[in-house]
Design a protein around this ligand. Structure first.
Ligand SMILES: *[C@@H]1O[C@H](CO)[C@@H](O)[C@H](O)[C@H]1NC(C)=O
Ligand SMILES: *[C@@H]1O[C@H](CO)[C@@H](O)[C@H](O)[C@H]1NC(C)=O
Ligand SMILES: *[C@@H]1O[C@H](CO)[C@@H](O)[C@H](O)[C@H]1NC(C)=O
Length: 307
């Protein structure tokens, strides 16, 4: 082998080495995508005057156009409550925009009738859940900072509004408070086939900060403005609950337990009257079962359960 060839081989190896190093740095070359707060206008606003009559608790329910049955079931059950333990409570639904003119028309009608829809002009899609949640935070920030507490939940969740109110009153923490089913030390899913896949480009780090399951978390209303204000300075993730966790970490707000016993059940739970009287959330409840559970709970004597 002559000298020239050896030099070429060395040059080639060196070049490959540099290329490998370059590509292994991929996730760190550019900043992860951050949100630019869309100042899209609200398409629908609910009928609630927080200034005149400050609510104790506002429940914001993420929902999609097709989930009319779920919204109706909630309106007839836990969402129907307007006063709990003498305190004002209000349930509102969060919606984006549909490509279907028909669906847009129907939800506009529905909103006119029930006056409980908050809607903005972004595409209503599972992967836009973060935008939907931020719309809720923005709404609280602009229209309802007078509320004491806010809950964000989903349309397939049973919420025991009365028990939640009891626990919030007992906890008596009215600022920088955030609670729910706390998930600590979670790692990003790196498998591309996963529903929760997050690339190293979107989120280069190995662990998520603590966050609360998106099936139901509760916070003092000041947190809404705070999360909304830092939302542009953390990596944008389509996983809304993790995204809110990133905002909380930035704000140095630690999610804390609401009670010494488990009360938030993101994995679902078998129904019993006494069990459901002492929980805050139960996930994966279909509209049909929500109505059934509610009726049984309403018809059971108050003193039925041993304390
Ligand atoms: C939607 O409503 C508007 C008026 O409110 C009407 O002109 C239009 O035909 C409706 N479209 C559909 C698809 O129903
Ligand atoms: C989210 O909403 C924006 C604004 O409407 C849209 O451009 C984008 O395609 C949506 N994303 C998904 C995944 O639907
Ligand atoms: C709630 O906390 C405040 C101080 O943050 C205190 O003044 C008040 O007495 C407490 N109320 C109850 C019912 O514990």
């Amino acid at each position: 082998m002559d000298f020239k060839k050896v030099r070429l081989v060395y040059a080639f190896i060196l070049m490959m080495g540099v290329l490998c190093l370059y590509f292994s740095m991929e996730p760190f070359k550019t900043q992860p995508f951050v949100l630019k707060k869309g100042h899209a206008k609200f398409l629908q606003l609910p009928d609630i005057d927080c200034k005149q009559k400050p609510p104790f608790l506002v429940l914001l329910v993420t929902s999609s156009h097709k989930q009319l049955a779920a919204r109706m079931a909630i309106r007839k059950t836990w969402g129907r409550e307007t006063e709990v333990r003498g305190r004002r409570v209000k349930t509102l639904f969060l919606l984006g925009a549909s490509d279907s003119i028909n669906e847009m028309n129907e939800t506009a009608q529905e909103g006119k009738q029930h006056r409980d829809i908050i809607q903005k002009d972004f595409k209503d899609d599972y992967y836009n859940l973060t935008l939907k949640t931020l719309m809720g935070m923005e709404w609280v920030h602009h229209f309802c900072p007078q509320a004491a507490f806010v809950m964000k939940t989903d349309s397939d969740v049973f919420v025991n509004v009365g028990y939640l109110t009891d626990l919030l009153l007992k906890k008596n923490k009215t600022s920088r408070f955030f609670t729910g089913y706390i998930i600590s030390n979670n790692r990003p899913f790196r498998e591309t086939f996963s529903k929760w896949f997050v690339s190293k480009f979107e989120y280069p780090w190995d662990r998520y900060p603590p966050f609360c399951s998106g099936t139901g978390y509760v916070f003092s209303s000041d947190v809404a403005s705070k999360v909304y204000s830092v939302s542009e300075s953390v990596p944008f993730l389509k996983l809304e609950d993790v995204f809110v966790g990133l905002c909380l970490a930035k704000l140095k707000i630690q999610p804390e337990e609401l009670h010494t016993k488990p009360t938030f059940f993101p994995g679902g739970l078998y129904f019993s009257v006494c069990r459901f009287r002492k929980i805050v959330t139960c996930h994966s409840v279909t509209p049909r079962y929500l109505l059934i559970y509610w009726q049984i709970l309403e018809n059971s004597p108050k003193k039925y359960c041993p304390s």
